[in-house]
Design a protein around this ligand. Structure first.
Ligand code: DAH
Length: 336
């Protein structure tokens, strides 16, 4: 009997599990009621006392090693089954995705518009190719008035590439629905030499609020709110009187950038103040050209350059960097 036990032990040690030889096959063959080891125990009962003494522990050990081998394999099979049930195959290598980002001008435009949405402004857009009337005439630029030279214009036959988003004000007022509270983002064009600080196209957001009893105080408060939201609480602001044909009175708004860095001294030409936008009360002639009675309605307007504001916000020193599409620059805006 001892030889049988030893033979079975050798077989068990050499037992190799595979698709056809799984834990359950092993159990049936060795450990079940009709299994070889159970049979051995049956035979053991009829052995003499002497034999029992010498065989008992060997037989028990055989059973133990078979049971261990069985449970080990059973656990392995169970964990493999679990793995197969999960949706992802965690053993597959992952794909490497490059992280994209919005364009910095888009990020800033979105943020600016959001601030005005929170004040109840809606958004509107107009065409980039305009007629002279909407870009100049209706905005109170007189024929041959030197003010037209303020903005070097690209002409396309009878049309112009709009030099500012103020043309969209006219298109909105012409629709004849009042009151109006709008922000109007878009690209504008000027026939200017391209340099680090100026480009032949850039981006603006125009603002317009027309209603009964709108005052310059409303304009100041709106812009003051915008500055605190965008540039941070406590940012200092100043209004300087200015001239635009389509507003009266007109102003430009500066924010305090400070003089503490070389960059700020350069940007502000040594004054510490940075011009952010032009604004004013909509000129009565402009209202009239859109069939709005200036005795009944008044309004304010403003226009700001998105490119400049973005350069300021992120310390970008060359406006051309926005358009050379260098992925190393845009990568820095992922998740901003
Ligand atoms: N259109 C002006 C420009 O491009 C900016 C501007 C100034 C817009 C005053 C306005 C305004 O609406 O009221 O330089």
């Amino acid at each position: 009997m001892i030889e049988r036990i030893q033979q079975i032990q050798t077989d068990i040690d050499a037992y190799h599990f595979d698709e056809k030889h799984q834990a359950e096959n092993f159990r049936l063959f060795y450990l079940s009621k009709k299994g070889i080891i159970t049979e051995l125990f049956e035979d053991f009962k009829s052995c003499s006392v002497e034999e029992k003494k010498s065989l008992g522990s060997v037989l028990n050990q055989l059973k133990k090693s078979a049971e261990n081998k069985y449970t080990e394999q059973k656990e392995l099979e169970e964990s493999q089954k679990e793995l197969n049930q999960t949706a992802e195959d965690i053993s597959l290598p992952v794909y490497q995705f490059a992280e994209g980002s919005l364009h910095p001008l888009r990020i800033v435009e979105d943020r600016l518009l959001e601030i005005f949405y929170s004040l109840g402004f809606d958004v509107s857009e107009g065409p980039e190719i305009e007629d002279d009337y909407h870009n100049f005439g209706a905005l109170n630029f007189a024929e041959d008035h030197p003010a037209r030279d303020m903005q070097d214009t690209f002409f396309i036959a009878e049309h112009v590439l709009r030099t500012h988003t103020s043309s969209v004000q006219i298109r909105e007022m012409e629709k004849g629905k009042l009151p109006l509270r709008l922000v109007m983002p878009g690209r504008v064009y000027r026939n200017e030499a391209v340099s680090a600080r100026s480009n032949c196209f850039f981006h603006q957001i125009e603002g317009l609020y027309i209603d009964k009893g709108v005052s310059f105080a409303d304009l100041k408060q709106t812009l003051y709110y915008f500055v605190q939201q965008f540039f941070g609480k406590g940012t200092r602001v100043r209004f300087r009187s200015s001239y635009f044909p389509f507003t009266e009175p007109s102003a430009e708004m500066d924010i305090w950038a400070g003089l503490d860095t070389e960059e700020n001294r350069r940007l502000t030409k040594g004054t510490g103040w940075l011009e952010v936008l032009g604004c004013g009360m909509v000129h009565p002639n402009v209202l009239k050209s859109c069939n709005i009675d200036p005795e009944e309605y008044s309004g304010f307007a403003f226009g700001m350059g998105i490119d400049r504001i973005t350069m300021l916000k992120y310390g970008i020193t060359d406006i051309r960097d926005f358009f050379i599409n260098d992925i190393r620059m845009f990568k820095q805006f992922a998740g901003v």
